[in-house]
Design a protein around this ligand. Structure first.
Ligand code: ASP
Ligand code: MG
Length: 410
């Protein structure tokens, strides 16, 4: 949400939903830039801030917009009231600043909604087991919205955000990227985890677990925009619903890219049981997330090279941890490269269709792009390439899989 003008627009959207016959609960985020401002206050007050007090400060951004939205709805003649996280309550577990929703007591909320009152809830905030305010990590309002939708058994959770849907790829790279009408939870998780940040990843996992149908829509809508029931955004649904929607589907749904990876090569690692465990156990203990892993073909003398990727932010720690264990692991050299990017093609369609990976490799080879590492899952193929070739690779693949929008004008 931006200023009070945006709140008025939101209030209009909400009122129209109620007029269309829905019972409505609204979960709000803070005004644009507000959470960053509050985080900075915490840093200034005490660089080693206590996460419990940080939560008290940053949760306030959503409290303000919740109250303002309820006031604005009342000014439009609607019945509305705000419900703070602790009033519902939205019970959370685990640490402050990254709490997880555990349970929502929705009875009073549902009764109020059934009586025609619009429920306005601040996103991002909850209540800990010991009765303190918590927040759910940056972008947590998305997760709050899905959790509330699950708790009130909503028909749909519409998330109004600063993009108008989920695209086949980053529209800043490919002008002909298309907005998708629907994606499955699994596809959305893969697209989110490889860099297409539309929703907090956790919110998609929760929607999948709870079976909440989510629609991503633009909050910058005009007054004459199609109503949300016409599904103008992107629906995120289960595999089964996707089949029922029976849309014309490609084998590949979208292309994602991620420049935040770094590559590590350990040379001349002993080719024997336990060697890779010796490499990856200390990284796991340090909570460093390893993504792609390749163990090369053995050389002579019972040695092999091991290549893997870690988040760029963890590269220095990774290097230090491994250097410390050079003797016990028994490698010769450690070579690192952060000028790499991971490009992924994602789509449930590839479960039942052979040749998607081969097509990717051929399209990249055709333009002289070298592949440094590969990983696959049931619905994803990822390759690691030189970071300078990211945009080119995304464009080539978007065209190769037939994802480019065609001109509608004759
Ligand atoms: N206001 C919080 C943030 O900026 C939560 C959210 O907007 O989703 O991270
Ligand atoms: Mg957000």
């Amino acid at each position: 949400m931006a200023g009070t003008e945006r709140i008025r627009r939101v209030a209009n959207i909400v009122r129209r939903q109620q007029e269309a016959g829905h019972e409505v609960a609204v979960v709000v985020s803070a005004m644009a830039g507000e959470t960053d401002r509050l985080v900075n206050f915490c840093r200034e007050a005490n660089p080693l801030f206590d996460p419990a007090e940080y939560d008290v400060v940053v949760a306030s951004g959503e409290q303000v917009t919740a109250g303002l939205l309820a006031l604005t709805l009342q000014a439009l003649g609607c019945k509305a009231r705000s419900w703070m996280g602790w009033q519902v309550p939205i019970r959370t577990v685990e640490s402050h600043a990254k709490a997880r929703v555990d349970a929502i007591d929705s009875d009073r909320l549902c009764n109020a909604m059934a009586a025609g009152e619009i429920a306005v809830l601040p996103g991002f905030q909850g209540l800990s087991i010991d009765g303190r305010v918590t927040t759910m990590g940056r972008g947590g309002s998305d997760t709050s919205a899905v959790a509330v939708a699950a708790a009130v058994s909503a028909d749909r959770c519409d998330i109004y955000t600063d993009v108008d849907g989920v695209y086949t790829t980053d529209p800043r790279i490919v002008a002909r990227a298309r907005k998708l009408k629907a994606v499955t939870y699994e596809e959305m998780l893969e697209l989110a985890s490889v860099g297409a940040k539309v929703l907090q990843t956790r919110s998609v996992g929760l929607a999948m677990k709870e079976g909440v149908r989510v629609q991503v829509l633009s909050s910058f809508i005009d007054d004459d925009a199609p109503p949300a029931d016409d599904l103008p955004g992107t629906l995120i649904v289960s595999d089964e619903e996707m089949e029922k929607l029976d849309m014309e589907r490609q084998h590949v749904t979208g292309i994602a890219h991620d420049k935040n990876e770094a590559k590590v090569i350990l040379t001349r690692v002993p080719d024997k049981p336990g060697a890779v465990a010796n490499i990856f156990t200390p990284l796991a203990d340090a909570s460093i997330n390893v993504d792609m892993i390749i163990q090369n073909v053995g050389r002579e003398k019972g040695e092999t090279d091991v290549t893997f990727t870690v988040p760029q932010a963890d590269l220095a720690r990774t290097q230090a941890l491994l250097e410390d264990r050079r003797e016990s692991i028994g490698f010769n050299r450690i070579i690192t490269d952060s000028q790499v990017a991971k490009i992924s093609v994602v789509g449930v369609g590839m479960k039942s269709h052979a040749g998607v990976a081969a097509q990717m490799f051929a399209a990249l080879a055709d333009r002289g792009i070298n592949i440094q590492a590969i990983t696959t899952s049931e619905i994803k193929v990822s390759v690691l390439i030189d970071e300078d070739e990211t945009e080119l690779a995304v464009r080539i693949l978007h065209t190769a899989y037939g994802l480019d929008a065609v001109d509608e004008a004759a």
